[in-house]
Design a protein around this ligand. Sequence first.
Ligand code: NAD
Length: 334
Amino acid sequence: MTVKVAINGYGTIGKRVADAVSVQDDMEIIGVAKTRPNFEAFMAKKKGFDVFAPEDKMKGMEEANLEVEGSIDDMLERADVVVDCTPGGIGEKNKPIYEKAGVKAIWQGGEDHELAGCSFNAQSNYEEALGRDFVRVVSCNTTGLCRIIKPLDDEFGVNKARVTLMRRAADPGDIKKGPINAIIPNPIKLPSHHGPDVKTVLSGIDITTTAVKLPTTLMHLHTVNMELNSECTAEEVEALLAKQSRVRFVGQGITSTAEVMEMARDMNRPRCDMWENCVWNESITIYEGELYFFQGIHQESDVIPENVDAIRAMMEIEKDGTKSVAKTNKAMGI
Ligand code: NAD
């Protein structure tokens, strides 16, 4: 079976999900929806994707010489599953359209957990998404946290986790957001929403997070602190994280997010994407029984393989999460 996938919203996340789906042998892109005839829409066309648009935007697209296959309803008619990658808060409004079309839907982390009723991270709760009609792939930061907390909890038991997130202010292509010369405690009222968001995937974890926004676009950086239930050494934690396929150790002179991105360029990764959590293994420390380390999260790309796995789980074409993760990784080159 080849799953027919539609992408609604072809921006930072949407275009990456489209490319990641295209390299899988059990799913295909049947169309992407754009609201504006901008360079991304023309690029989608050039890549061979059929472009669709909301009914009231179709005329404008044609006037800009962008050939449109049909409306969003037309696109949904052809699809088994739609990946909604519209800006946070917009996706919620699309739910009735998806329900009416009888199509399964995946939303991103900008939407609330309640919209889908199932928040997803492939290595944490793949089975929960099996056969579901609606799933939400959690945000970049939550994905990054789940990927390390789940194996540490399975192996040692996480008694509590306390994480400081230093967040990039905007994506590299974003011209609307700041700051350009400030550090913003955000939100000032603590804790931040990221900890509760992790609990939508890993309900038993005691986690609290604080977050600040920095004038950088490259990556987020997390300072992770955990109390584990069983005694262990830094070497044991390092050995466990080394086994996680979506965790990459960074060292060899890499001392910053800038150098991580430079390495991604050197690896010829598409769009210099870094799909894995980047853990500075040198930073893994046990101090007075508590674990500490730093990890970098490439916000534009870490959720992409998770979307592919979510499609497989919802369509039940692979019941085993480990096998889906391995298949996705292989096809994408992770
Ligand atoms: P984006 O702004 O880069 O792209 C959104 C796309 O949707 C654009 O192509 C835009 O033209 C289109 N769009 C706008 N209004 C629309 C509408 N009414 N209907 C259909 N399409 C519309 O946004 P993004 O960064 O890709 O974010 C998408 C989702 O992914 C959000 O929920 C966000 O929270 C989440 N997310 C973003 C990141 C990130 O770092 N960018 C990381 C993880 C998750």
